[in-house]
Design a protein around this ligand. Structure first.
Ligand SMILES: *Cc1c(COP(=O)(O)O)cnc(C)c1O
Length: 428
C-alpha cells in the first residue's frame, strides 16, 4: 500500500530539488521516505498518514515549549490582527532588544533579522568592518549557516553528504576562511602566533550541535578568549542553537566566558523566523546607519515573528525551567545508555541543557575527526528506523544533535527508552 507520505514525496521531487526545502530533511543519510507532518501539539507530532510520534527534533531546536503552545499561538494571532508587517520600527523590537540584553548581557546592542544564516553572515561582516581585517577562523564540523565564506568544512547536512565544501562557492571567498580542529588548543595557539594580528574574528559554536553534539574543553575556550583579546580579534559565539537551549543565558553563561559578539536564532523565534546578532557597543556602532558596515532586511524584526519569540522568551524564564529541562534530558540519556549496556551494544550519550548527542561509539567524541572515525553510522541508521517505526522522531542522520522540550513528560521519556530497548536488541 502506498502511503500519503510516499505519494507526497514522489510528487515533491518533481517540483522541489530532492523533494525538500533543506537537505537533511530528505533522509538521504538514513534512507527511506521523509515524514510529512500535518500537526504538532506539545511533545507529539502527527504525520499525513495519521501516525503519532514523540518529537526529538523540535524543528531543530526552536520548539523548546513544545508544539502549538497556547500562549505563543495567542500572541501570534493577536500580533497578526494588527498587520503582518510594517517595514518600520515597532515597540516590540525594543522589547526584544531589552530582553536579549537582560538575558545575555554581553549583547550590549543587538540587531534583529530573520535567520541564523543572516545573523552569522552579518556578525562576520561587522567584525571585519570593525577590525579592517579579512581573515576569519572557524572550526571543522561547526555549522554557521549557508553563506559562502562559512561553507568550508561545515557540519550537519554537509557532513552527512560527505562534501567538505559546497559547489558554487568561489575559491577566492573560501580562501579567507581558516578551518581549525575543535578542542585543539595547540593548533589554535600556533595559528595565532603566525597570523593573529591578521584575523578579524573567530566564530565558534560554544557547544557544537551540528556534528552531533560535541562539548568544548574549558581550557580550549579559555585559551581562545585570551588569544582573541591579545590580538584584537573579535570572538563570535554562534549561539543560534545553544542560545536559550543549554541555559537561559546560553553557553556563555554556562562556561562563564564573555564573547565580543553573539549570534542567536532558533529558540529566539519560538518557531517563526527570527535571528539576532549583537555584542559590544563599540563593535555594533560600525553598522549602518551609524557606521559604514551595511546590513538590512525587509522583514527584519517582523512583528508576528517577534511576538512568538517574545512570548517564548517570557515563558522560559519561569523558575526552575532549565533545571527541569536539563534533568529530563539527562534522564533520557541515562535510560538509553543503560538499555544499550544491558544488551551489550556499543553506545554512549550526553546532554547539555535540553540538547543531546547519541553516539554508537565507546565514548563521546570531542572533535570532527573522532566522530567521523568512531561513530557507527550503520548502527545509527538501523536504530533510527526502528525508533521511527515505534513512533520516535529523531534527527535523520548520525551527525545531528537531538532536542527535548519542556512538554516532554516522564511518560514520553519512559516510552522512548522502551522503544530503544527493542532497537538496541536488534543490533546486539
Ligand atoms: C541552525 C544554525 C545556523 C543557521 O540558522 P538558519 O536559521 O538555519 O539560517 C547557524 N548556526 C548554528 C550554530 C546553527 O545551529
Amino acid at each position: 500500500m502506498t502511503t500519503t507520505n510516499q505519494t507526497l514525496f514522489e510528487k515533491s521531487q518533481q517540483l522541489i530539488p530532492g523533494g525538500v526545502n533543506s537537505p537533511v530533511r530528505a533522509f538521504r543519510s538514513v534512507g527511506g521516505t521523509p515524514v510529512f507532518f500535518k500537526k504538532g501539539l506539545g511533545s507529539k507530532l502527527w504525520d499525513v498518514d495519521g501516525k503519532e510520534y514523540i518529537d526529538y527534533i523540535n524543528s531543530w531546536g526552536p520548539m523548546i515549549l513544545g508544539h502549538a503552545h497556547p500562549e505563543v499561538v495567542a500572541a501570534v494571532q493577536a500580533a497578526a490582527a494588527n498587520s503582518l508587517s510594517f517595514g518600520a520600527p515597532t515597540g516590540l523590537e525594543l522589547e526584544m532588544a531589552e530582553l536579549i540584553n537582560k538575558l545575555v548581557p554581553s549583547m550590549e546592542q543587538v540587531r534583529l533579522n530573520s535567520s541564523g544564516t543572516e545573523a552569522t553572515m552579518s556578525a562576520i561582516r561587522t567584525a571585519r568592518g570593525f577590525t579592517g581585517r579579512d581573515k576569519i577562523i572557524k572550526f571543522e564540523g561547526c555549522y554557521h549557516g549557508h553563506s559562502d565564506g562559512l561553507l568550508v568544512k561545515a557540519g550537519s547536512g554537509l557532513l552527512t553528504f560527505g562534501e567538505p565544501d559546497s559547489g558554487g562557492v568561489p575559491a577566492s571567498v573560501a580562501a579567507h576562511t581558516l578551518t581549525l580542529e575543535y578542542n585543539n588548543t595547540q593548533q589554535l595557539e600556533e595559528i595565532f602566533r603566525q597570523m593573529g594580528d591578521e584575523i578579524a574574528c573567530v566564530i565558534i559554536e560554544p557547544v557544537v550541535g551540528n556534528m552531533n553534539l560535541i562539548v568544548p574543553h574549558m581550557e580550549f575556550l579559555q585559551t581562545l578568549r585570551a588569544l582573541c583579546t591579545k590580538h584584537g580579534t573579535v570572538l563570535i559565539f554562534d549561539e543560534v542553537m545553544t542560545g536559550f537551549r543549554v541555559a537561559l543565558g546560553g553557553a556563555q553563561s554556562l562556561y562563564n566566558i564573555q564573547p565580543d559578539m553573539t549570534t542567536l536564532g532558533k529558540v529566539i523565534g519560538g518557531g517563526l523566523p527570527v535571528g539576532a546578532f549583537g555584542g559590544r557597543k563599540d563593535i555594533m556602532q560600525c553598522l549602518a546607519p551609524v557606521g559604514k558596515v551595511y546590513q538590512a532586511g525587509t522583514l527584519s524584526g517582523n512583528p508576528v515573528a517577534v511576538s512568538a519569540g517574545l512570548t517564548t522568551l517570557k515563558l522560559i524564564q519561569a523558575a526552575g525551567f532549565y533545571d527541569k529541562l536539563t534533568a529530563q534530558t539527562k534522564k533520557l540519556m541515562d535510560g538509553l545508555v543503560e538499555a544499550a549496556k544491558q544488551v551489550g551494544v556499543t553506545f554512549s550519550a550526553q546532554s547539555v541543557g535540553g540538547m543531546f548527542g547519541l553516539y554508537f561509539s565507546q565514548t563521546c567524541p570531542s572533535s570532527y575527526a573522532e566522530i567521523m572515525r568512531d561513530n557507527n553510522k550503520a548502527h545509527f541508521n538501523q536504530f533510527f528506523h526502528s525508533m521511527l517505526d515505534s513512533g520516535i522522531y529523531l534527527g535523520p542522520s548520525a551527525f545531528e544533535a537531538g532536542f527535548v522540550s519542556a512538554a516532554h513528560t516522564d511518560g514520553d521519556i519512559a516510552y522512548t527508552i522502551e522503544a530503544a530497548r527493542k532497537a538496541f536488541a536488534m543490533l546486539a
